[in-house]
Design a protein around this ligand. Structure first.
Ligand code: NAD
Length: 476
């Protein structure tokens, strides 16, 4: 069944206003589906349904909730291939990236099935009065989840799984470029035993008004957002009116530092992962590559060779490594970053030319000698462009790496472990990859500092975003 309507209270509905919008396949620019666009009345219906469903769900035992999540993991893992195809069709990413995402997305259900039964608390005695201090966690209330287009499955499950584990009901607003994957997940959740109304999906072209309306409904207690820092700021302002609990996974500007004592093979493999996973459309993508001058040429030559070997094309085809970018605006922004860097003196070692024909393709591109004031050094490139600069001094490169409003993830390559740990600790980032180009893991707390966000997803922390701490002072 193709799921293209709104999903409210366990039913497919066309939406109060009957409006629809097109989802485009970025590989051929053809219309893939026409999807219902939610309006305010639909949001109210979804909130009513979530409130009613949450009463029973929150009262169930943790084991009961855990079993449902575990089943969701099993079903999604069994259907990884089908989800990967759908992700590729609406987002464009190549098959290997889409399979990786579908597997990663499913893992959040398994991880939070395990976490659901470990919601710990504390009983102790107050030192002076001797009263009992009882600390426990309770589900916080309804959560509004807003997700981006770059990981249509995983950015949703990374929020849904901990919310359900904690006992909350949710309304998801997926990105309008890629709503199909989240909609397709709903029959699977039904089959896993998620009760009607607990999870609702509202694609829309009117995100601003719809989300703002929900954030002012007194039943909503959490806004969990993944997307750009600009939209995150707006949502934080809106959330202030009802003092909502915010979880914000925002933009990044990841530095990747290669020291002169790095193992070159490890550094190049790490840079390939950090730069080219998801064709650079990732908040974790290496945005600024700093290489020690002594090894810069060796690193650049090897990276360029590996980037040149990647095959660009329709992500559904088996031997394709790099699919199209999600839309024309993203492709044009990437092209503009490259032109700006070259105008400021960067040397083009590979790619850099928008190909003819349909589809929002941009080739793997390598730039060296990128000026520190180039636009791509300050903003997220969000595309397959490796922008390389050199350095000679450790303190200098740490200062340059920290010189940004963002603080999501950084990468460090060195064979000197002590030096590596010292550098990691001096980097103002929520996450650091040490000799690794991939940090994302459902078992680890994902999140940024500074203007990259608030809160953590995954790990033990992920579930706490959907829980309140209650303290009872008792005598017995
Ligand atoms: P975006 O901020 O434009 O959109 C994200 C979501 O917010 C979409 O669903 C969009 O429809 C919705 N939205 C847009 N305007 C809104 C408004 N005024 N009110 C409510 N909702 C609104 O981001 P994007 O272009 O979809 O995604 C790319 C960005 O996401 C990048 O900056 C990237 O770094 C970031 N991102 C961060 C993480 C992370 O975990 N930190 C992960 C993936 C992507």
């Amino acid at each position: 069944m193709e799921c293209t309507d709104l999903y409210i209270n366990g039913r497919w509905v066309p939406g109060a206003g009957g409006a629809r919008f097109d989802v485009i396949n970025p590989a051929d620019e053809r219309v893939l589906a026409s999807v219902a666009s939610a309006e305010i009345a639909d949001a109210d219906a979804a909130l009513d349904a979530a409130e009613a469903a949450m009463k029973d769900w929150a009262a169930r035992t943790p084991r009961d909730r855990s079993e449902v999540l575990r089943k969701a993991w099993e079903l999604m893992t069994a259907r990884q291939e089908a989800f990967a195809r759908l992700i590729t069709r609406e987002n464009g990413k190549a098959r290997a990236d889409a399979m990786g995402e579908a597997g990663y997305a499913a893992e959040f259900f398994r991880w939070f099935a395990e976490e659901a039964v470990r919601a710990d608390g504390l009983i102790t005695r107050a030192p002076a009065s001797g009263a009992r201090i009882v600390v426990q966690h309770k589900p916080v209330g309804l959560a509004v989840l807003v997700t981006p287009w770059n990981y249509p499955a995983a950015m949703g499950t990374r929020k849904i799984a901990p919310a359900l584990a904690a006992g909350c009901g949710v309304i998801i607003k997926p990105a309008s470029e890629t709503p199909l994957t989240m909609l397709a997940l709903m029959p699977l959740l039904e089959e896993a035993g998620v009760p009607p109304g607990l999870v609702n999906v509202l694609p829309t072209t009117g995100s601003g008004a719809l989300v703002d309306h929900m954030l002012h409904d007194p039943r909503v207690r959490v806004i969990s957002f993944t997307g750009s820092t600009g939209v995150g700021r707006k949502l934080l302002k809106s959330a202030a009116d009802q003092v909502l609990k915010p979880a914000m996974e925002l933009g990044g500007n990841a530095p990747l530092i290669v020291f002169e004592d790095a193992d070159m093979e490890t550094a190049v493999a790490g840079a390939m992962l950090a730069k080219m996973r998801n064709l650079g459309e990732a908040c974790t993508a290496a945005n600024r590559i700093y290489v020690h001058a002594e090894v810069a040429e060796a690193f650049t030559a090897q990276l360029t060779e590996r980037m040149a070997a990647l095959k660009v094309g329709n992500g559904l085809e088996a031997d394709i490594d790099v699919g199209p970018l999600v839309n024309a605006a993203t492709r044009d922004k990437v092209a503009a970053f490259v032109e700006d860097a070259m105008a400021r003196g960067a040397e083009l070692r590979l790619g850099g030319k928008v190909p003819e024909g349909p589809g929002f393709f941009y080739p793997p591109t390598v730039l060296t000698n990128v000026a520190p004031d180039a636009d791509c050094v300050h903003d997220e490139i969000f595309g397959p462009v490796a922008a390389i600069q050199t350095f000679t001094d450790q303190d200098e490169v740490i200062a340059r790496a920290n010189d940004t409003e963002y603080g999501l993830v950084a990468y460090v390559f060195t064979e000197d472990f002590r030096r590596g740990m010292q550098v990691c600790e001096r980097l103002d980032y929520g996450m650091v990859g040490l000799n690794r180009g991939l940090v994302s893991d459902p078992a680890a707390p994902f999140g940024g500092v500074k203007q990259s966000g608030l809160g953590r997803e995954g790990g033990h922390e992920g579930m706490l975003e959907f829980m309140e701490t209650q303290y009872i002072s008792a005598s017995w």
